[in-house]
Structure formats: C-alpha cells, structure tokens
Design a binder for this molecule. Structure first.
Ligand code: FES
Ligand code: FES
Length: 160
C-alpha cells in the first residue's frame, strides 16, 4: 500500500492505496467523491476529467500516487458557498445536459479553457471539449452554455 495525500477542493485528504490505484479510483472509492465518472477507463471519453494543479486530466489515466502532494479540483469543489460557477448556471438554464453523465468532465474542461482564454471562439470551445464525449445532447446546448458563461464572466451578460 502507498500513502497518498492530496489537497482536494481545498482540503487535505489522505488514503492508503495499492500503488496501481488510479486517481479516479481514489477519488471515487476512498474519498467518496463520485462526481468524476468512470466511462471508458482508457482516456477516450473525458467523463473522469478533474483538474490537477489547474490542468484538466483524465483521472482514469493518472495514478493516485502521481498526484501526491498536488491540488485537485473535482466538480464537487467548483461551486462556492455563495454561488454556482457561471458554467453550472448556464448549463442549468439552457438544459445543456440530458443524462448528465458527461457533465462534470465537460464543465471542468470548459473551466480550464475559460481560465486560460476568457473569450474563446466557438471553434476554440469545440477544440477544448474535443476530449469530452456526450452520448445524449448533440453538443449544441453545451457549446451555448460555455459561450454564455464566458459572456457572464466577462461582464457582457447578467447572470440570471
Ligand atoms: Fe477516463 Fe473515459 S473514463 S477518459
Ligand atoms: Fe448524457 Fe452527455 S448528457 S452523456
């Protein structure tokens, strides 16, 4: 067993895990954070996306021990006590998701984009979300949700 300590959503969390444990397994099974989803388990679908040191990663491909000592953000940590993140608001308002399975990963990939590029083009949004698959929606409302969130974050549109 290997001791792994992460700062997850601002809180230090530790677990003793077999060395082959993925970050996704540790989050879901040891830390009870089930927002990141197990989809393909091979890096194709993006359902497991979390941020490690501010960068989106497929948690199914990263060993927990590789994240040892680092900051991890999961969807559970995106909203503050005061408010949802603009992406969460616009996705809800537009009904951007259907079953929701892809949602945590898509929203965290979109957050990474908006943190780095606050005013992206639609093509840049498509490129940023290329690693996140959705089996339900056709993506149109997802793209609109990211566009609207960017407008809110840039002060060009009021949050509802
Ligand atoms: Fe990780 Fe699909 S479950 S990319
Ligand atoms: Fe169902 Fe995206 S809303 S997979």
């Amino acid at each position: 067993m290997t001791d792994v300590t992460l700062t997850v959503n601002g809180k230090e969390r530790s677990a003793s895990v077999p060395p082959e444990t993925t970050l996704l397994e540790m989050l879901r099974s040891k830390l009870n954070l089930t927002g990141a989803k197990l989809g393909c388990d091979v890096g194709d679908c993006g359902a497991c996306t979390v941020l490690v040191a501010g960068k989106s990663v497929n948690a199914c491909l990263m060993l927990a021990v590789q994240a040892n000592g680092r900051d991890v953000l999961t969807i559970e940590g995106l909203a503050t006590a005061e408010a949802f993140h603009p992406l969460q608001k616009t996705f809800e308002e537009l009904a951007s998701l259907q079953c929701g399975f892809c949602g945590p990963g898509i929203i965290l990939s979109a957050k990474t984009l908006l943190d780095e590029n606050p005013d992206p083009t639609v093509q840049e949004i498509k490129d940023a979300l290329a690693g996140n698959l959705c089996r339900c929606t056709g993506y149109t409302k997802i793209l609109e949700g990211v566009v609207d969130a960017a407008r809110i974050m840039n002060g060009k549109q009021d949050a509802a």
